[in-house]
Design a binder for this molecule. Structure first.
Ligand SMILES: [Zn+2]
Length: 105
């Protein structure tokens, strides 16, 4: 039985042949983890990486690295409608409201 810390599904089990001819299990932690995803629609975000300078790691757009381009554009359009008083903040879809209020402040 493996050690409790090696029983998780996030641990990869590798079989290696040792010099005596028997095979032995080795355990390796998976690297990386989950990819960045949109906070609203959960789509995978492109252009987001872990290494490099800050400007290389995320898109330098408003909400870059948090929202996908589709959701980001909806937020910006809604914010400008609210700013021009063509729409009230209560008419904005509730999932976008938090981000729209963020722009208006
Ligand atoms: Zn999205």
């Amino acid at each position: 039985m493996p050690n409790p810390r090696n029983r998780s599904t996030s641990i990869r089990k590798i079989k290696r042949r040792v010099p005596s001819g028997k095979s032995r299990d080795y355990y390796e932690r998976r690297k990386g983890g989950k990819r960045a995803s949109c906070a609203i629609c959960k789509a995978k975000l492109l252009g987001v990486q872990r290494t490099g300078a800050k400007s290389e790691k995320t898109p330098e757009r408003k909400f870059g690295g948090h929202l996908c381009p589709k959701c980001q554009s909806k937020v910006v359009v809604n914010a400008s409608r609210v700013k021009e008083k063509a729409k009230s903040i209560e008419d904005v879809d509730i999932i976008y409201r938090k981000y729209v209020e963020g722009i208006l402040k």
